[in-house]
Design a protein around this ligand. Structure first.
Ligand SMILES: Nc1ncnc2c1ncn2[C@@H]1O[C@H](COP(=O)(O)OP(=O)(O)OP(=O)(O)O)[C@@H](O)[C@H]1O
Ligand SMILES: [Mg+2]
Ligand SMILES: [Zn+2]
Length: 397
């Protein structure tokens, strides 16, 4: 039976976990010294190792040759735990067991010592789905479980877990896995599977997976199905997972900076029609912007605009709509930037001589005008740049 890469390459011991050095070091030391906290909570984005680490802890504690940071992987305990079928390692899906009755069942079962292993381990995934009553019912048990019990919680939404629970747990954050680490793992998998894939293609997958190794492995699966017996190129990746190419991102940014919003909108439309992942496009654009050699002010303004569109997309706004709106906002920002640069230019000119000649009534006139509205102020700057400069300092008040 074909096993998807994410399952086939699930890490089975701490040394195989990638990109989480802090959590791994803490756990390694705790297991080696026998001082593992009785309630651990993993939180972080999807596909970063929460469930994997929970099972690794269970194996480390219960391996027939343990407790050890190098569980053998072959004893009965290790095998059963890997399959999620051990009698004493109880995996609970928090989303479908969220009620107080479920919590009471846990409290009841905690009273009985493990049947076969050293520890009875409760792995509760998506724990943030528990109801408040369920959490409250569990408080005392989590605080002081019998010595043979360990709780391991995992969640992608720690803000939904009550403080009373958090304060009773050791909290370990799993971060997005760096692109370099993801690439390394993908290269390792490709090699083990005898697949030819070039580095650029791997980098593209690593970028598009946004820190989730599971997502990256899923993308690789899809590429392999697309080109089963041929080398995989960056074009293949682009087609299969809908990642935009760098060239498109650069072209769009150029259009924006040149205030050519018609062309920029055309790029968005074309990407959307070709089912290119617009969230990836937006993220690539932010990266490109960060490295762009443009003025700090326009850079900040555009970063703000495209950070907002990314946030909108993540909150399920239609990606095409979000980017169309962002394109218009960007147009406004670049226009403003040009006006500002005109002001800067004006400041750079030396008008001390002329300034002395300015007659008082004229300055008053400007002040009045300025108060009226900003548009007139802009007009004035443009006019003055065209010919006589009146009193630049007044304009900067
Ligand atoms: N840090 C990691 N090191 C090695 N492999 C990883 C890591 N994180 C994820 N993976 C890969 O992704 C798969 C899924 O990981 P895991 O189930 O641990 O993620 P998770 O954080 O529990 O995700 P979710 O929040 O979606 O439940 C693993 O089987 C493994 O192939
Ligand atoms: Mg999980
Ligand atoms: Zn073992």
């Amino acid at each position: 039976m074909y096993k998807v890469l994410a399952r086939k390459y699930r890490p089975s011991k701490l040394s195989e976990v990638v990109g989480q050095p802090v959590a791994v070091t803490i756990l390694k030391n705790a297991i080696e010294t026998g001082k593992l906290h009785h309630a651990i909570l993993f939180y972080g984005p999807m596909g970063t190792g929460k469930t994997s680490l929970a099972r690794i802890i269970a194996k480390s504690l219960n391996c027939e040759h343990g407790p050890t940071v190098e569980p053998c992987g072959t004893c009965e305990a290790c095998k059963a735990i890997s399959l999620g079928r051990d009698v004493d390692v109880i995996e609970i899906d928090g989303a479908s067991n969220r009620k107080i009755e479920n919590a009471r069942n846990i409290i009841e079962s905690v009273k009985y010592p493990p049947l076969k292993r050293r520890f009875k381990i409760y792995i509760i995934d998506e724990v943030h789905m528990f109801t408040l009553e369920a959490f409250n019912a569990l408080l005392k048990t989590i605080e002081e479980p019998p010595p043979y019990v360990k709780f391991i919680f995992a969640t992608t939404a720690i803000e939904k877990v009550p403080d009373t629970i958090l304060s009773r747990c050791q909290i370990l954050y799993l971060k997005r896995i760096p692109e370099g680490e993801i690439s390394k793992k993908l290269r390792f998998i490709a090699q083990s599977e005898g697949i030819t894939i070039d580095d650029e293609a791997i980098s593209l997958i690593a970028f598009a997976s946004n820190g989730s190794l599971r997502v990256a492995e899923g993308f690789l699966d899809r590429c392999i199905s697309f080109k089963p017996n041929e080398p995989i190129t960056k074009e293949d990746v682009s087609v299969v997972i809908g990642t935009p190419t760098k060239e498109k991102v650069k072209a769009y940014l150029k259009d924006i900076l040149e205030n050519n919003e018609e062309k920029a909108l055309q790029v968005i439309k074309e990407l959307s029609e070709n089912s290119i992942n617009l969230e990836s496009f937006n993220r690539m654009l932010l990266k490109e912007l960060l490295n762009a050699k443009i003025g700090l002010e326009i850079k900040t303004a555009l970063l703000n605009i495209f950070y907002q569109s990314l946030t909108d997309i993540k909150q399920k706004v239609d990606p095409e709509d979000a980017l169309i709106v962002a394109t218009y906002k960007a147009k406004a920002a670049t226009k403003l930037d040009r006006i500002e640069s005109l002001i800067e230019k004006a400041k750079g000119l030396n008008f001390t001589e002329e300034k002395k000649e300015i007659e008082e009534p004229k300055t008053d006139e400007i002040e009045e005008k300025e108060e009226k509205n900003g548009e007139e102020k802009v007009d004035l700057i443009l006019k003055t740049l065209g010919g006589k400069i009146i009193n630049i300092e007044k304009l900067n008040d």
